[in-house]
Design a protein around this ligand. Structure first.
Ligand code: C5P
Length: 238
């Protein structure tokens, strides 16, 4: 059995390349994230194929945000498929609507707090209230979890702050912005290694480019899996 704490982001240009990568990674990877970039190119069909025909777990990263009725309808639509994680923005009305739309399905609703690409200047430009970004992330995470989210998306730096919240007891923390030591950062600014993210309280790490852009994606994935199996990736008691 492969370690499903590693989620590979399939941010490839098209579905055929995505399927090819999944085949290359084979049994070493059991969990994939499919996002908006692939939506119009058959991303949902790929999600279903990987789930139904290859037995993979699927994280559909749609980051829904709209009026409650629309979010509820969209999530109800996705919940017909047997997928594992779905993202929505962490605003209370969005999370409550998503919870309603998910009904009795096993699909986990994960809330986005504040996108890790945004800094204080960006938040000012969007008229988001004053305060330290980390404090706002923690507050939004607590609100999303108390409104019914099954977990949150957070940078590895934020994971420990969120894990400390009483509302986070038994909830999932999923962290992108993870880089094995020595890997290129790309546009990620605040990164940690997979082991550090897990030690900070993350349940899953999402890794994209360090795997799919590697000369040997399989070797890159196996390197990360070895790191996750090391004592440095010890999960804290929570
Ligand atoms: O290639 P890389 O490892 O940076 O990919 C990270 C994945 O996680 C991408 O699919 C990106 O869209 C997603 N993501 C992120 N930061 C967030 C939320 C999602 O990097 N805050």
């Amino acid at each position: 059995m492969s370690d499903d704490r590693l989620i590979v982001a399939l941010d490839l240009p098209n579905v055929l390349d995505g399927l090819e990568l999944a085949k290359t990674l084979g049994d070493s990877v059991s969990f994939y994230k499919i996002g908006l970039g692939m939506l119009t190119g058959g991303g949902l069909a790929l999600a279903n194929e990987l789930k139904q025909e290859h037995g993979k777990r699927i994280f559909l990263d749609m980051k829904f945000f709209d009026i409650g009725a629309t979010v509820e309808a969209a999530v109800r639509g996705v919940a017909q498929f047997d997928l594992d994680f779905l993202t929505v923005h962490g605003d209370p009305h969005v999370v409550r609507a998503a919870r309603e739309g998910a009904g009795g399905s096993d699909m986990k609703i994960l809330a986005v707090t504040i996108l890790t690409s945004l800094d204080r200047d960006d938040l000012d430009a969007s008229c988001i209230k004053a305060g330290d970004v980390a404090d706002l992330v923690q507050e939004r995470a607590g609100t999303a979890l108390s409104n019914g989210a099954d977990g949150v998306i957070a940078s590895p730096q934020e994971a420990a702050l969120i894990r400390a919240l009483p509302e986070a007891e038994g909830k999932l923390i999923v962290t992108p912005g993870v880089r094995p030591a020595g890997a290129a950062l790309g546009d990620q600014k605040r990164v940690m290694t997979p082991a550090q993210a897990i030690a900070n309280g993350a349940d899953h790490v999402v890794v994209g480019r360090p795997i799919w852009q590697a000369d040997s994606p399989k070797a890159a994935a196996q390197g990360i899996l070895a790191e996750l199996a090391s004592p440095q990736a010890k999960t804290p008691n929570h």
